[in-house]
Design a protein around this ligand. Sequence first.
Ligand code: 6PG
Length: 235
Amino acid sequence: MATLKGGAPAKPRRVLLSGGKTPEPTYRILASAPMKERLDWRTIECFFADERPVPPDHPDSNYGLARRALFDPLGSDAPRAYRMRGEAPDLTLSARRYEAVMRDRFEVPPPTAPAFDLALLGLGEDGHVASLFPGASPPENPMRLVVAVRVEALQMTRITVTHTVLNAARRVVFVVAGQAKAAALRRTLAPDPGKEPTPAARVSPSEGEVLWLVDRDAASKLPGDRGIPIEEARL
Ligand code: 6PG
């Protein structure tokens, strides 16, 4: 994922960060010793998978979470971060502008999709990923990278990357914890026949790998007989 100090690459590594609650401990570990010393965040550019319709200093802001838990603790070593402007009055325009920044930084015109070195994602209890919720219709333009989506279940509009971005990533890491996610994890990794795949299940990078980091509670409903390769990490 990140560049170890001393190994600065010719071009920056680019990561896609998620919000919600799960990532906070991960961000705090990355921003503290010994990880802080091992990663050269100045060679990394951070983008966001989605954002709520709030300003960056709002407690629900995904950017605000990363700033509090990762960027501020890193101080002068903090990475460059590109924030989705969730506070904008026109979220469709905000999404288009974010897409333009993404294409500009990656230097990829349509139809090429930007290939993030790492996408750090969470899983919603309904199987959503980023702000791609079940039942949401895909964007009319399949090459769209960032859209504004109305999430009726939450009675709000959010900005989110599309599956086009997630499926172009070189590496996707889902971090999932807690019993409340067990049903969604099972529906995502071991769906019953004929069931609609969850939005998270549709994250299947054509040339990238997907790694699921889950705790025992979240994994508690995974069937043992579906050939899901599970490796137990001893922390
Ligand atoms: C968001 C996230 C979202 C999150 C899941 C899980 O804006 O909420 O990007 O996709 O990853 O909802 O959220 P928790 O980590 O809070 O369970």
